[in-house]
Design a binder for this molecule. Structure first.
Ligand code: GLN
Ligand code: ZN
Length: 758
């Protein structure tokens, strides 16, 4: 039996990659220094994986492995191809864009970013058009293979497979499927070059195989591997993030020498796979969860694996379920967490130790690792029974929840009448999504408080100053529904997780989100409850400064769930409902404090959609149900808002409607209101604020742009139900452009109102 890994986190133990990239981009360090950091990180990663039979190479990236693939294949967007600087600079420009003046004559827009399957990792979307051609440059990968060989490991190059590469791209004026025939010769050349370097195994990632594929795509998979399967290197076709489902037959029919499957999420498919595995194929079982941070139940796993090992012998490989890119690097650093919690968890390095234990136990007998196995069993037993996980009150309350908890008293049209009277808002009310610029000053204030350098009073006074400035500015330009600005939050999930029971926070548990950006997801380990109000004091203070309504600002339960590492000992649906109850408590406390408008952000609702369509309904049911529990306990006089910053609603609009928020604000500025077609078709019955200010860019939207967009919106949705707002929060923006943009927004509203009454 062999062991391997599909990929190791690239960011380094101390986010060295982030720091090296950002100082290079600021011009403080040289390209050589950056390259050296990269080489050091790779070497370190390989050293940590020495115990494995095969070690991934090509999993490292200075920005993103999909972008690397585009570069390796010579598929570089025209806008970046001919620009100045080194190839590495052009590579970064493809990803990040560039403003005029930074050595370049013209502004270059950034590459489009999208989530990698159902993870929170973002890749740079490959671009295809009729002129797309491919021309292999494998040198960087070949160099890394040599590096790996020198450092004494057996490299197994990790390559994004041709079909998934096409699948992930966006195509203009061409059917991207037709490009496979141009792509395959380059992949074949690559495999030959690898064979020349004594590479035995190549890992070809085709995660598209865990999604619903139509016959065209299935045919492409078949064509690709009928061609590549006969090259001089052995191919392990790697699938992950789910089970093969109806693509299983296809996978087993391919002339590849090994198949990797996700045996955590796709556990059910394992028996079938084992019994049907063709003689020429090895099977890699991804048995260690690469998407979560809990220890594996090694003893139970060994019981399951022993008969499979007997049957397959050395055709059995073991690995994590997917690349370890999606978990933090090393638990050893977490000195801040208590030993009990720590004993339940495994980060990337610890997962590889688990893998090693499994291999030893299977290859040489369990007695050799008896002590470690016993320790593992103890830790799991302790976790199962710990009083810190189980809160009978929470469970009892959850059992009492029935449909009425998610139900407003009267339907929207009736509520709207009450709101009209209570809030007295003009036509086209203006508002923002919540956060205002997070200046250096604000971040420094929070940091000082966290480090204990300033007192609670000094901190409160500092944040109140920010709130006051923000409220005064909104008053000055005449916005209608104000926000407090979220200066006290560094992150919309962490802020709440820190105040809820059942959550823990690592200090170094960073996971790459995109490029140099990392996130540190909260760890939801136990039953969730809210010991005390979380936002009431800040919102109450903000409201005390203005006659206008100030929105209470909360993160919704689905988003908190989707952006955390959550427990694996109960369903996500149950965990989500627990979070919903905690948020409900906050909603009701805000209402009690006199807050008339409350917003629950559900920025991550859509990204929680399962990869398989037949699972969507169940997900949307419990997700919407949880939102409703959190939101809809309010009186009819309270106006409930939700916010979602994406622009694909077509396929989930029914679920969005079922949430029954009085107002939804969405991202719309870049699609020029096209997105509203979705809301139009099913006649979304409540109020909508389509974003008219693209907050991802420093550009200031003009009054004409905003007016034109809102007029476009008014063609689809009666103006009585429209709001005017930005696409999302303003925390990443600077004050000057924020001020200018919001002034234009307010001015546009005035114009639209005048036109409507004329
Ligand atoms: N209220 C949050 C903010 O304004 C919403 C952020 C988000 O949707 N991603 O920052
Ligand atoms: Zn948003």
């Amino acid at each position: 039996m062999k062991t391997h890994n599909l990929g190791f986190p690239r960011i380094g133990d101390n986010r060295e990659l982030k720091h090296a990239l950002e100082s290079y981009w600021r011009g403080e360090t040289s390209q050589n220094q950056l390259l050296e950091t990269g080489a050091r990180l790779r070497k370190n990663n390989w050293a940590g994986q020495k115990a494995l039979d095969y070690v991934p190479v090509g999993d490292f990236s200075f920005y993103d492995h999909v972008l690397d693939t585009s570069w390796m294949l010579g598929n570089i967007p025209a806008r970046a191809r001919e620009t100045c600087g080194s190839p590495l600079d052009r590579y970064f420009r493809t990803a990040r864009g560039q403003s005029a003046g930074d050595g370049e004559a013209n502004q270059i827009c950034a590459g489009e970013m999208t989530k990698w399957f159902d993870t929170n990792y973002h890749y740079i979307v490959p671009e295809f058009d009729p002129s797309s051609g491919f021309c292999l440059d494998a040198q960087p990968l070949l160099d890394q293979i040599q590096e790996a060989q020198k450092s004494g490991v057996t490299p197994k190059p990790v390559i994004l497979g041709p079909v998934t590469y096409l699948f992930l791209g966006k195509a203009e004026n061409i059917d991207k499927k037709t490009l496979l025939k141009k792509l395959l010769p380059e992949y074949a050349r690559l495999l030959n070059l690898l064979a020349d370097r004594d590479v035995e195994w190549v890992q070809m990632d085709e995660p598209l195989m865990v999604t619903d594929l139509d016959n065209d795509w299935k045919l492409l998979v078949e064509q690709a591997y009928q061609t590549l399967g006969n090259e001089a290197v052995k191919i392990m076709l790697a699938t992950y993030f789910g089970s093969l489902g109806d693509n299983l037959d296809l996978a087993l029919s391919l002339p590849v020498q090994a198949l990797h499957v996700d045996a955590v999420r796709g556990k059910d498919q394992v028996p079938d796979l084992v019994s049907r595995l063709p003689e020429h194929m090895a099977l890699s079982l991804g048995v260690i969860d690469g998407r979560n941070i809990w220890k594996t139940d090694l003893n139970a796993l060994l019981d399951q694996l022993a008969p499979i090992h007997d049957q397959l012998g050395d055709r059995l490989w073991l690995a994590p379920s997917c690349a370890l890119l999606h978990v933090p690097v090393d638990l050893e650093k977490e000195t801040g967490l208590d030993t009990e919690l720590l004993s339940w968890m495994a980060f990337a390095r610890q997962k590889l130790v688990e893998l090693d234990l499994l291999a030893t136990a299977l290859n040489q007998g369990r007695t050799l690792v008896a002590a470690a196995l016993e320790e593992n069993a103890k830790a799991l037993e302790n976790r199962k029974n710990s009083a810190r996980i189980h809160n009978p009150e929470v469970q009892a309350r959850l059992a009492r929840v029935d449909d009425s908890w998610g139900q407003r008293n009267q339907p929207y049209p009736e509520r709207a009448k009450i709101h009209k009277e209570r809030l007295n808002l003009p036509l086209y009310p203006t508002t923002t999504i919540g956060s205002f610029p997070q200046t250096k000053e604000i971040r420094a204030l929070r940091l000082k408080f966290k480090k204990g350098e300033i007192s609670q009073d000094a901190y409160t006074a500092g944040i109140r100053d920010q709130i006051r400035t923000t409220i005064e500015f909104q008053e000055e330009i005449g916005l209608d529904v104000l926000v407090h600005g979220e200066a006290e939050r560094n992150d919309m999930v962490e802020y709440f997780g820190e105040q809820l029971d059942g959550f823990a926070f690592s200090r170094y548990g960073w996971v790459q989100s995109y490029g140099s950006r990392c996130v540190k997801p909260p760890i939801l380990f136990g039953d969730v409850s809210r010991p005390r109000p979380m936002t009431v004091a800040w919102i109450g203070y903000a409201q005390s400064l203005s006659e206008k309504p100030v929105k209470g600002m909360l993160t919704g339960p689905v988003t908190i769930l989707n952006w955390s590492f959550v427990r694996d000992d109960q369903s996500r649906a149950d965990t989500c409902r627990q979070i919903a109850l905690a948020i409900r408590d906050e909603v009701l406390d805000l209402e009690k404090a006199g807050v008339s408008i409350i917003q629950l952000d559900e920025a991550a609702l859509r990204e929680g959609l399962p990869l398989r369509k037949h699972q969507w309904k169940a997900y949307l049911n419990w997700a919407v149900g949880a939102f409703r529990i959190a939101a809809n306990g309010v009186k009819d006089a309270t106006q409930l808002h939700t916010h979602m910053c994406y622009s694909e609603f077509n396929d989930i609009i029914d679920a969005i409607t079922r949430m029954d928020a009085d107002v939804i604000t969405i991202e719309a500025s870049r699609s020029n209101m096209e997105i509203l077609n979705a809301f139009d078709k099913t006649a979304y019955p409540n109020e909508i604020g389509p974003g008219v200010y693209d907050i991802h860019s420093p550009n200031v939207p003009s009054v004409e742009f905003i007016v034109a967009n809102m007029q476009e919106a008014a063609k689809r949705i009666p103006k009585e139900r429209l709001w005017i707002n930005p696409d999302c929060g303003l925390k990443t923006r600077a004050w000057p452009e924020t001020k200018a943009s919001l002034k234009n927004l307010a001015a546009a509203a005035k114009e639209l109102r005048a036109a409507a009454t004329a």
